[in-house]
Design a protein around this ligand. Structure first.
Ligand code: 13P
Ligand code: SF4
Length: 305
C-alpha cells in the first residue's frame, strides 16, 4: 500500500520549499498540523526541535527531518544538566519553556509556549499567583519582564539570527527613510529593538499584521525577523514597501542557516523516506515532553489563540 506522506514547512524555509508543502505555518500551527495529520510519514521542513515535537504529538507517524544538521542555537546553547540545576534552584516557580528546546528540555518544563501564546500563558500563571522561570530565550524573557513588569529569572540562550538585529543600524535605517516608517518584530530580537516596535509577535502574528495593514501604502514597513517570511508578506500585500530590518553594515547574516538546509533535493529525498528519522526518543522521554506541550495546546484551544 502506498504510504501517506504529509510535508510541513515553516515560514522561514525558501519559497520553493513552501510550495512543496501541504501546510506552511508558525511553530504552533505546525505542531497542530502534525498532531492531526493522518500520515504514515511526516516530512518536517523546519528544524530539529520542530520535528521532535511532531513525533511527540504523533508518535505513530514516521517523522523525517530532511537535513540532520538543522538545529537551532537556542537548543545548542542550552546544557540540559545545567538547566536542571537551575530549575531545581527555583523549587517554588513554574518552569515555562519556549518550544525552541530539545525534548529533554521540554521534559523538565511545566509549560511549553510559542511566540504566539507566551504572553497569554504567562499572564494566566501570574493571575493564579504563580512565580515563573523562563527558558531558554533571554531576549524573549527580557521583553516579557519589561512589557508586563514581571521579574522572571531567565535562562540565557539566544537565537543567533534575531540576536543580531541592532538598535544602531535600525535607527540609521529609520532615519534614512524620508516618509513614515513602521517596525514589527519577532520577540527573539534584542530588547532595544523590541522597545521600538509597533507590533511584537510570532511569524504568523506579523504576517497577519501585514495582511491587515490599513495605513498609507507609501510608508516603509521594517520587519525584524528571518528573511523567509518576507516572501509570504510580499505575496499577501504586494502593494506595500516591506523591508527586512538591518543588522549591521556589511552583514547579510539575517537568514537562518538551519532552516535553509531544507533544500529542494533534501525535501524530495525525505519524501522518499531518506533523512533524519526521529526514532531516538524513548517512550518515557516522549511522554514526559508531551505533558507540557499538551497543556499549551489545551490552553490555546480554550482561548482560541
Ligand atoms: P514562530 O513560532 O514565530 O514561527 O517562530 C519560530 C522560530 O524559530 C523563530 O525563530
Ligand atoms: Fe532557531 Fe533562530 Fe533559526 Fe528560529 S531563526 S530556528 S530560533 S536559530
Amino acid at each position: 500500500m502506498t504510504k501517506r506522506v504529509v510535508t510541513l514547512a515553516h515560514y522561514y524555509t525558501q519559497p520553493e520549499i513552501q510550495q512543496m508543502a501541504d501546510k506552511v505555518g508558525d511553530s504552533l500551527e505546525l505542531s497542530l498540523y502534525a498532531r492531526e495529520a493522518e500520515a504514515d510519514i511526516i516530512v518536517f521542513a523546519g528544524v530539529r526541535f520542530m520535528a521532535e515535537t511532531a513525533k511527540i504529538l504523533n508518535p505513530n507517524a514516521t517523522v523525517i527531518l530532511p537535513d540532520a544538521g538543522s538545529t537551532c542555537s537556542l537548543v545548542t546553547q542550552t546544557d540540559v544538566t545545567a538547566l536542571k540545576r537551575w530549575r531545581d534552584n527555583h523549587p517554588d516557580h513554574v518552569h515555562v519553556s519556549y518550544i525552541n528546546s530539545s525534548a529533554e528540555h521540554k521534559a523538565l518544563s511545566d509549560w511549553i509556549v510559542t511566540s504566539r501564546n507566551v504572553d497569554d500563558i504567562i499572564a494566566h500563571l501570574y493571575s493564579e499567583g504563580k512565580q515563573v522561570i523562563f527558558s531558554p530565550d533571554r531576549n524573549m524573557g527580557a521583553y516579557l519582564n519589561y512589557q508586563y513588569g514581571y521579574e522572571m529569572p531567565l535562562w540565557s540562550a539566544v537565537c543567533e539570527v534575531h540576536d543580531k538585529f541592532n538598535e544602531v543600524a535600525l535607527n540609521e535605517a529609520l532615519a534614512a527613510v524620508k516618509g513614515n516608517c513602521h517596525l514589527i518584530a519577532h520577540p527573539e530580537s534584542p530588547l532595544p529593538v523590541l522597545k521600538q516596535a509597533e507590533y511584537v509577535g510570532s511569524t504568523s502574528g506579523m504576517l497577519n499584521w501585514v495582511k491587515n495593514y490599513q495605513g498609507d501604502v507609501k510608508d516603509v514597513i521594517f520587519v525584524a525577523t528571518e528573511d523567509g517570511i518576507l516572501y509570504n508578506m510580499g505575496l499577501a500585500r504586494p502593494d506595500l514597501d516591506l523591508r527586512q530590518a538591518p543588522i549591521y553594515a556589511g552583514c547579510q547574516c539575517n537568514s537562518c542557516p538551519y532552516m535553509k538546509m531544507n533544500t529542494v533535493e533534501a525535501v524530495k529525498r525525505a519524501q522518499q523516506g531518506i533523512g533524519l528519522t526521529i526514532d531516538y526518543l524513548t517512550t518515557a522521554q516522549m511522554d514526559a515532553a508531551r505533558l507540557p506541550i499538551e497543556r499549551m495546546l489545551d490552553f490555546s484551544k480554550r482561548y482560541s489563540l
